[in-house]
Design a protein around this ligand. Sequence first.
Ligand code: GTP
Ligand code: MG
Length: 243
Amino acid sequence: TDELVKQADGDLYRQLLAQLNTRADENGSTSDMDRLIDMRRQLTEFQLHYKFGMDEVLTKINVLREEFEHTREYSPIEHVNYRLKPLERILEKVQRYGSDPTLEGIRSAIRDIAGVRVTTSFVSDAYWVAEMLSSQPDIQVVEVKDYIHSPKPNGYRSLHLILQVPVFLSNRTEFVFVEAQIRTVAMDFWASLEHKIYYTYQGEVPEDIHHDLRDAADQANALDQQMAEIRDRVTGLSKQDTS
Ligand code: GTP
Ligand code: MG
């Protein structure tokens, strides 16, 4: 929480004062300092709700993971990462989308404030994890983007779910969006490298690099397929052994 508050400090507040509607009244009786304090409180509360929603999804993923490790000695989940989008980046996106620069507007338009990334062993595991999360009664799947089935033109592959989860507060229930990106180790390896390269060139990736990245994406895809074939052969073998 301290980190969130720190992130939100400084010049950003002055910027926000101009951009965001605050609940503080505008009749002159409220000083700038009071409005700043009120805004700080509202923003921290806003971000906390996303942290709570993200924590819920993380708990769900950890339950699956531990259950699998306990009962089957095998978990489809390799690792889990998560992040909250910093306020600066939220505001950039608000400007890019031209959406309403109020907390209410941000709440409905920006759906990746809370993000969870699950890395799986096999492609089938990615769909399996997605299915296990989607079928939970308190999770609402708002959108599915299947870039595994339909990769992006640059070769990006990943399964994206926009989830909506209830956050039970002291006096009300709030529903927040959590973006889940589910992909194999090979897809993740490619994506993290591509991301760095994209930033190095500030989005203007030269044609030869672009081409080679596409090629690398094909190889990552081939690796995923090869691994699945090996797994099938091995599990076929172990079935024969026990029968
Ligand atoms: P954003 O405005 O970036 O959130 O994209 P979007 O709303 O069109 O959603 P999309 O599902 O396409 O992408 C969401 C997130 O997936 C991004 O913020 C990245 O984290 C990741 N992502 C999407 N495309 C790429 C890509 O080409 N390369 C990499 N490395 N990551 C990507
Ligand atoms: Mg995003």
